[in-house]
Design a protein around this ligand. Structure first.
Ligand code: NAX
Length: 325
């Protein structure tokens, strides 16, 4: 059966890096036909049409159709996989309240449209920042959709952490297991090496504490800014790649003996208040995420997780005060 994938912000730079990979089968596999719905704001529809022309020109065997619209009710009609990429970026002089309000104006109506029109099996990944809180807003407008279908992306942080550790220990990324990103997709997120395994041994014990604290954590946290500095534009292909990884793992499952990171609705695990959309170590089976249970959290990690979760709570309180959830 054809899977409908909706991409918001389709004419943006992540959209451009994402759509061709979805249409080629990398999101859902080489046996799954897809139809694409491109949601954009009205002024960007023409650019989206240009991207659609290029998609046509690839003659992808799996691509069954392309729809371009500025109406969320159309874009999310029958959607199976919703990739919410388009968001309002923070511009100079913009206060946090303004940013959250502007995004509430995007993710509230999109959540409602998903609630009213999506397929029963809809899965939602929010990429657009502030991703965790945008996901919270969308979810709060979709009371009929199971809460666990709303997720936000920390897979790019996860992949960045894998890559930094692989370079440090001179091992292929395939030898690293059980990496975890905790908390918010923001510079406060915490990449945890105390449960990560390399060659069957804990990664934190294979690097010195100073590197972990003063190099590894800040490098992962500030990687987005470093990319902007170098490229003159924010991460696009790596963000699209992480979105592909997130959905692919969600649908196809995690490998035995491994887990990944995703921001999912908290059930109260690890002291993260219930209902917050926070990043956890997660496994996936039968199309459902599960938070890995029973990990011991040392004092160093506890402090960092709490800091990031506090930021999520502040964002939640702010959107609540603004009447956005
Ligand atoms: P661009 O500015 O290139 O594209 C955004 C697109 O969204 C634009 O074409 C715009 O017209 C569209 N858009 C705005 N409002 C919309 C609406 N209401 N409905 C549909 N489309 C709408 O940004 P891009 O570089 O593609 O980044 C997109 C988002 O991803 C940003 O919010 C960015 O901060 C976020 N990121 C999230 C990451 C993560 O790991 N979670 C990493 C990469 C990226 O920074």
């Amino acid at each position: 059966m054809t899977v409908k994938v909706t991409v918001t912000g389709a004419a943006g730079q992540i959209g451009y890096a994402l759509l061709f990979r979805i249409a080629s089968g990398q999101l859902l596999g080489a046996d799954t036909p897809v139809s694409l719905s491109l949601l954009e704001i009205t002024p960007a529809l023409k650019a989206a049409e240009g991207t659609a022309m290029e998609l046509d020109d690839c003659a992808f065997p799996l691509l069954q159709g392309i729809e371009i619209t500025d109406d969320p009710n159309v874009a999310f009609d029958g959607v199976n996989v919703a990739l919410l990429v388009g968001a309002r970026p923070r511009t100079a002089g913009m206060e946090r309240g303004d940013l959250l309000s502007a995004n509430g104006g995007i993710f509230g109506p999109q959540g409602r449209a998903i609630n009213e029109h999506a397929a029963d099996d809809v899965r939602v990944l929010v990429v657009g920042n502030p991703a965790n809180t945008n996901a919270l807003i969308a979810r709060s407008h979709a009371p009929d959709v199971p809460a666990d279908r709303f997720t936000a992306m920390t897979r790019l942080d996860h992949n960045r952490a894998l890559s930094q550790l692989s370079a440090k220990l001179q091992v292929p990324v395939t030898e690293i297991r059980k990496m975890t990103i905790w908390g918010n997709h923001s510079p406060t997120m915490y990449p945890d090496l105390y449960h990560t395994e390399v060659g069957g041994k804990i990664a934190a014990e294979q690097v010195d504490g100073e590197w972990l604290r003063d190099t590894f954590i800040p490098t992962v946290a500030k990687r987005g800014a470093a990319i902007i500095e170098a490229r003159g534009a924010s991460s696009a292909a790596s963000a699209a790649n992480a979105a592909i990884d997130h959905v692919h793992t969600w649908v196809n499952g995690t490998a035995p003996g491994d887990w990944t990171s995703a921001a999912v609705v908290s059930d109260g695990s690890y002291g993260v208040p219930e209902g917050l959309i926070s990043s956890f170590p997660v496994t996936s089976a039968n199309g459902q995420w599960e938070i890995v249970q029973g990990l011991d959290i040392d004092a160093f990690s506890r402090e960092r997780i709490d800091l990031s979760v506090r930021e999520l709570l502040d964002e939640r309180d702010a959107v609540q005060a603004l009447g956005l959830i």
